[in-house]
Ligand binder design. Sequence first.
Ligand SMILES: [Zn+2]
Ligand SMILES: [Zn+2]
Length: 254
Amino acid sequence: MKKLKLLSIFLLLFVWGCSNEDSTNEIEDGTNPAPNLKSVGSSAHDFLSADKYKALAIEVFYVGNLQPNTQTLQNLKSFMEARLHKPGGITITQKQIASPAGTPYTINEIADIESDIRTKYNTEDTLALFILFVDGNFSSDTTTTLTLGAAYRNTSCVLFEDSIHALSDAPTEPNRTDLETIVIEHELCHMLGLVDLGSPMQTNHLDSAHGKHCINQNCLMYYQTESNINAMMNSGMPTLDANCMSDLLANGGK
Ligand SMILES: [Zn+2]
Ligand SMILES: [Zn+2]
């Protein structure tokens, strides 16, 4: 995995303040964006439990030929079905879009793209999730650091698919489906409130030196660097460890 050894890989998290606290603007009619403009982790309980939302509607957008592998989305759905109480079901719709042509993208630019293309917002019983597989790369990337994904709102995340392509499917590199699956599950888990981001810790396992991540280097929520992603993939696909699992359980998940 020559390339991976040369690069640091980041799975980012942007903790934005809630953009609108006005409860009169909280009408959930499927078209009002306000309930979906909150900070990462603030809808953790809504994802995990069926207290309010019985179903989950995922809207996937991809640029040009950067469609995620079918198995990646199936893995995501299986992961969610194992953790989330959604008796009304989890549905995924996919739409192709033209390149926004703004690379390298800042997170504000990604959020602007989202407002242009997103069509699904919460209804009273269905939570909506937006996932963008974008071309180009992230504004803070350098020749030695690449960002593969970022969660930036309560129900929004982006994957930098060109960067994922650059690091997968060559003979010495990870399988693309595996890499896509790790990135998407990691970003989802930030929206599920990990670590200490909306799903309260049952035991202290916060890697405080690296933001909202888990101290266990074998856990999906470990702050990942080049050597670690190699090690993780060599020992099989990373999953959540017992501490992360118990936080999700305590906040209403399975
Ligand atoms: Zn992360
Ligand atoms: Zn963990």
